[in-house]
Each structure stands twice: as C-alpha cells, then as structure tokens.
Design a binder for this molecule. Structure first.
Ligand SMILES: N[C@@H](CCC[C@H](N)C(=O)O)C(=O)O
Length: 287
C-alpha cells in the first residue's frame, strides 16, 4: 500500500506522522519497524498515528509506535508534533485540543511563538504502577522520593545504580550523573531498559544538575536507543528532581537536540511540557 506521511521532529526526537483519518492503515509490527528504519524505510524514532477519537469530549486519538515496531503508551515530544500536524493539515482550527492516548487524555496547546505546551497529566509514582517490581528491595529515601538500587551486570562485574521510578503513562528510570557527556548511556542504557525489575522494560534517563532550575538530560529510550530528546523522559526527570528536593519548578532542560521547559506544581498535579515542533518534509512510501 502507498502511505502519505509527514516527517517532523521535536528537539531532534524525530517522527513519521500519518493521517489515519483520510488513509486506511493496518500495519503489522514488522511494517512499523520498516517505516522507522533509517535504511529500509523513512527512518524515525517514533511513528505517530492520527485517528478519530473513540471517547466523548476528545478531538483525536493518538497512537505511538517505537522504531522497533512496538506500540507504546505515551510520547511527549510527539504530542507537540501531533498538535502542529492536525493544525497544519486543517484537521482542526482549535489551538487547544484534547487527545486520547493509551495512557489517558493529554491536552496540547499551540503557543503564539510557535512552541507547543502539553498538559501531560499527573505522573504516576507508585512503583507497582510504573510498573517496577520493588519486592524485597530496600529503597533509599531522599526528600519525598525513593531511590531504588538496580544491579547491572557489566561483563564479569556488577554495578549498582540508584534510580527514581516514574511513569508519565510510559515507564522511566532516572539517575543523577555528574556529567551527561561522560555518562555511560550506551553501555548501561540497554541493561536498564531490559532490567528484570521492569516487566514492560523502561526508558533510562541520565540527569545532570546545573542549578535548581536547569538540568542537562540524555535518555536511552525503550524500543529505540538514545534519542536527541525525550519529552516524557524530561517530565520524569524533573518530577524526580523536584521530589528529591533538588529542583524547583519551572525547569529548563537541555537535551542534545534542543531545549524543553517543564512546569510541575507537585503531587497529583499535571506536568506541563513546552518545546518546539517542526515539519521537515512530506512524502509517500510504498509499504
Ligand atoms: N520520545 C518519546 C517517548 C517515546 C516512547 C518511549 N520510547 C517508550 O517506549 O516509552 C517522548 O518524547 O516522550
């Protein structure tokens, strides 16, 4: 089948965005993987699908596929691209929309300066709901957060890293590092992603504090590998930093692909993610 798509990015986290309202789409995981492949397909970190809503009060349904072909619950940078896409394509004339995802309803709003702010909903902080299996583990209390020890097998050696676990609809494990440039993201990222304590795998965040309102962040994403930015990872890192007593809202986050901003008023409150969303080109692929 021929599929029309738009290539977009949000701070370098790149997407193939597909209008499934005007096109009939029923792809297998292998086809999603091919679309995301940078040699055999278009190439992207995630494929984003725009559908009609199934829930009353929502404007659209938003589906997300990682480049490994797996469907996932949430994508923050993608939510900004999604909002720009439906506006640019004339699928809505609203500047604030309500979008149904596998992880609940989110609300992106187009800003006058071209950025998009997304109400990502409240973070989930109970380990079992992340999901993280904390059975028999001793956590270390810090502020209102608990740091969990993860034992990683590195060759013949074992290394323990302390992580905060947060769900933004999708699971995140965030650790503090002295310098993101020298952090072992490629080495330990895959081990954290597949750690048996995370039954649905996990996105691994590496956060460096610059001051109480400014961090640097790298994320090794589940189902993708390291990306140039991760919106939900950014939300999770700031939530973890605020709960640990290390950060104050609002927080500026430097990712390798650009800058994002997070505001969070605390437990039970939604996390607001602000940043760019850019259209790169339009295309058509035979799949
Ligand atoms: N890039 C994303 C997150 C996409 C999903 C993630 N890889 C997962 O598997 O949970 C973002 O901007 O949030």
């Amino acid at each position: 089948m021929k599929l029309k798509f738009t290539k977009m990015h949000g701070a370098g986290n790149d997407f193939v965005v597909i209008d499934a309202i005007s096109q009939q789409i029923d792809l297998t995981p292998a086809q999603w993987k091919q679309l995301g492949d940078r040699r055999f397909g278009v190439g992207a970190d995630q494929m984003l699908v725009v559908e009609k809503p199934t829930q009353p009060g929502c404007d659209f349904r938003y589906r997300i596929f990682n480049s490994d072909g797996g469907e996932v619950e949430q994508c923050g940078n993608g939510a900004r691209a999604f909002a720009k896409f439906v506006s640019q394509k004339g699928l809505t004339d609203k500047r604030s929309i309500s979008v149904e995802t596998m992880a609940g309803i989110i609300a992106p709003r187009l800003e006058d300066n071209g950025n998009v702010t997304v109400d990502m909903g409240a973070p989930v902080l109970e380990p079992a709901r992340v999901p993280f299996d904390a059975d028999g583990l001793d956590g270390v209390a810090e502020g209102r957060d608990t740091l969990w020890p993860l034992v990683l097998e590195l060759g013949g050696d074992k290394e323990t890293v302390l992580v905060s676990v947060v769900s933004m609809g999708n699971p995140h494990a965030v650790q503090l590092v002295g310098d993101v440039d020298t952090a072992p993201v490629e080495l330990t990222g895959p081990l954290i992603e597949h750690h048996p304590r995370f039954p649905r795998r996990v996105n691994a965040g590496f956060m460096q504090l610059l001051n109480r309102q400014h961090i640097r962040l790298r994320v090794f994403e589940r189902g993708v590998g390291e990306t140039l930015a991760c919106g939900t990872g950014t939300c999770a890192a700031v939530v973890a930093g605020i709960r640990r007593g290390l950060l104050d809202s609002p927080v500026t986050v430097d990712a390798r692909g650009g800058q994002l901003a997070i505001a969070w008023a605390g437990e039970g409150q939604p996390v607001y993610l602000t940043g760019p969303a850019v259209t790169v080109y339009e295309g058509e692929i035979e799949i």
